[in-house]
Each structure stands twice: as structure tokens, then as C-alpha cells.
Design a protein around this ligand. Structure first.
Ligand SMILES: Cc1ncc(COP(=O)(O)O)c(C=O)c1O
Length: 373
């Protein structure tokens, strides 16, 4: 059998990694400023994470949600404390799309409504409802077009006031759009969504799959704007590579047996991955590190004269150039041995581990200066 060929890949085969360093199968060393698409939060193969995961798999890797799994309570407790959402409850899933799918479903169960307000350039995943609220017709199949979705411009306060009404089930928004090119939601926009949802009874869903879990220099980006959503979706950095996704749910929602469910979500190994990540984020002060190193990178990149626009917060950085970035990105990857990402054709996207070190940031700046002044 061969693989169903859906990914345009770079012909590099990572075989080993530690922190922000990757070695390919021939032993060639790379600096990772992309974290496998914002997934590597505490650094590759963190020794504490490896120890805890190894111990768990030796004891028990999986049992279904029909039995007591105390590790789920430990994860919920630690996440509540570290994120500041202690009064929320946790539903565990396996990916970002699945988290958003459950968020939208829960909003619809709660309100009895169907209309969703989403935003231009949004990306929320590829499952049915998640892709319906994603602003990219190219990845929607005919069966995905039946949802009741209104797309309005991102960061447009007046459009929010107009679109959110008493038919609206939910508003779903990324605090910083990732795939959409590292576009940061303004505080006014976030506040306008909160006010519109309060006025109409719509549910405020904050997609923190890419921008959350400390990446922005606060645990969640909406904490910069001082608003509180009703449901927060997380994934990517939550498991540092082990597939874990979740929604954090405000106390206003009532749980009922059978309302949501999954086979794999919240399994023993997934919980230990999630717990290890939170332990390391707390012990090594990685949210603070993301804020400090992010500020440093923004300051240094701000000195370049040929950067058209610099966007983001913390260690979620978009560098837009006048010219397409493909060549520079490929040169950095194949010649300078440095992983970075892109968003669209003109923006380089940096999503390194939250444990990035200053000397690693400096190495990136030194290499980047070869291509951009
Ligand atoms: C903001 C956002 N939401 C949802 C998703 C979907 O996550 P997953 O690929 O884990 O389903 C992504 C993935 O890139 C994302 O960036």
C-alpha cells in the first residue's frame, strides 16, 4: 500500500530531537523555530516528559472513559490553576478540529440555535462543523456547505454588532489567526464579541488551538484583552506532540451523560502528556519565557528596514516581506538548517518551543540578516 498523497513535503527526515534542536537521519543538525506547527511547547523530548510518559506506558497506556481515570482530574486541576480558568470544566478530545467540533456542538445544544458567526481568513480545522467555519472553500467538500455560517471581516467591531443577533448560536474566533497570517485580534474586537454574545445569548468560542497554552506570553490571548469567553478550545502545545485536544467550558453549561463523547480522548497516556507539559510550563516559567523572548525578537526584528509588517505576540510571530518568502524559507531550511514556517505567500511564521533560548533566537536573527536587511 502507498500513502494517500495529500502533503507537499520537505525531503528531510527528522530522527532525533532535544529542546529546539533536531537531527535528521544522517545526523545533520537543525534549529527548530516552528515546533512542528506550534505543537512542541516545552521542547522536543523533554527529559521530565519522557520519564513520565515511559513510566505510564509501562503501567497502563489506555482504558476507555467507562472507568475512573484520576489522571483526568489531575490534568483539569493543574490546567485550571495555570490558565486562570479554575471555575471552568474540561472535556478531553484528541485534536484541534475535534475540540472546535465539540465546542460548536455544545453551543448549539445549549442555545438550540444553528447560525454561527466566523471571520475572514479563519482556520478552525477540517471536520464537518470546524471546516464549515473555516474561511477556505478549497478545503470544503460539498457536504460541508450546509451549515448556517456568516463570515464577517476579522477585527471589524461594527460587523460584529450587525451580524450577532438572537438567531446566533455562537461566534468563533482565534485570538491570533495562525493560518490566516498571524493577525492579532484587537482588544476592542474581543470586547465587542463578548458584549454581542451577552446581549443575544450567543456563545463566545475562543479557538486557542494555535495561539493558546502560553504562546502569546499569557496563557491565553484573550487575557491580554481582559475578556472571558464561554468555551475555549485547545490542542497543539497541550501534549507536546502527543495528540491531545480539549475544550474548557464555562460553568454556565450543564453537563449531561452522553452529551459529548470520544473513545481516545482523556486516555492515560494523553493525560500524562498534558500533565507533564503543565508541570514543565510552571516549573520552567515558560509563559514568561515566551513573553521575554518574544519581546526580544520583536525588538530586534523591528530594526530591519525591509520588513513590511511584523505581527503577533510572544512566540507567535509573523514577518511579512514585500517579496514572496518561499525562497528565503527554503534557503534557511536547506542551507542554514533552520526550520521556520509560512502563512500565505509573503509571511514567515515563527512558532518555536516556548523554551527557546536567547542564543537560539540570536542564531535565527543572524541567519535572517543574510536575506533581509
Ligand atoms: C487555530 C486552529 N484551530 C484548529 C486547528 C485544527 O487543529 P488539528 O489540526 O489538530 O485538527 C488548527 C490547526 O492548525 C489551528 O491552527
Amino acid at each position: 500500500m502507498k500513502l494517500f498523497d495529500v502533503y507537499p513535503i520537505n525531503y528531510i527526515e527528522p530522527a532525533k530531537a532535544l529542546g529546539s534542536t533536531i537531527w535528521d537521519k544522517d545526523g545533520v543538525e537543525y534549529l527548530d523555530l516552528y515546533g512542528g506547527h506550534a505543537v512542541i511547547s516545552i521542547g522536543h523530548s523533554h527529559p521530565y516528559y519522557v520519564r513520565k510518559m515511559t513510566k505510564q506506558i509501562k503501567n497502563l497506556g489506555f482504558y476507555s472513559n467507562s472507568v475512573k481515570i484520576s489522571l483526568q482530574d489531575e490534568l483539569a486541576d493543574k490546567l485550571g490553576k495555570l490558565s486562570g480558568l479554575k471555575d471552568f470544566s474540561l472535556f478531553l478530545a484528541n485534536s484541534g478540529a475535534e475540540a472546535n467540533e465539540n465546542a460548536l456542538k455544545l453551543a448549539s445544544f445549549h442555545t438550540g440555535r444553528t447560525k454561527i458567526v466566523a471571520f475572514t481568513k479563519a482556520f478552525h480545522g477540517r471536520t464537518s462543523a470546524a471546516v464549515a467555519v473555516t474561511d477556505n472553500p478549497a478545503i470544503k467538500a460539498p457536504i460541508n456547505f450546509d451549515h448556517h455560517v456568516e463570515f464577517i471581516p476579522f477585527n471589524d467591531v461594527e460587523a460584529v454588532k450587525r451580524a450577532v443577533d438572537d438567531q446566533t448560536c455562537a461566534v468563533i474566533v482565534e485570538g491570533i489567526q495562525g493560518v490566516g497570517g498571524i493577525q492579532v485580534a484587537t482588544d476592542e474586537f474581543m470586547k465587542a464579541i463578548r458584549i454581542a454574545c451577552d446581549k443575544t445569548g450567543a456563545v463566545f468560542i475562543h479557538d486557542s488551538v494555535q495561539c493558546g497554552y502560553g504562546r502569546s506570553g499569557k496563557f491565553f490571548t484573550f487575557q491580554h484583552s481582559k475578556v472571558k469567553p464561554d468555551i475555549v478550545s485547545v490542542a497543539k502545545g497541550m501534549g507536546n506532540g502527543f495528540p491531545v485536544g480539549a475544550i474548557l467550558i464555562s460553568p454556565k453549561f450543564e453537563a449531561k451523560h452522553g452529551l459529548l463523547g470520544t473513545t481516545f480522548g482523556g486516555n492515560h497516556l494523553a493525560c500524562v502528556a498534558g500533565i507533564s507539559v503543565l508541570d514543565v510550563i510552571k516549573k520552567e516559567k515558560l509563559v514568561e519565557n515566551a513573553a521575554t523572548l518574544g519581546a526580544y525578537l520583536f525588538e530586534e526584528l523591528g530594526k530591519f528596514s525591509n520588513i513590511k509588517d511584523l505581527r503577533g505576540k510572544g512566540l507567535m510571530i509573523g514577518i511579512e516581506l514585500e517579496e514572496p518568502v518561499k525562497d528565503i524559507r527554503n534557503k534557511m531550511l536547506f542551507e542554514d538548517k533552520m526550520f521556520t514556517g509560512v502563512a500565505g505567500s509573503h509571511t514567515i511564521r515563527l512558532l518555536p518551543s516556548l523554551a527557546l533560548k536567547k542564543e537560539e533566537a540570536d542564531r535565527f536573527l543572524e541567519v535572517f540578516r543574510k536575506y533581509v536587511k
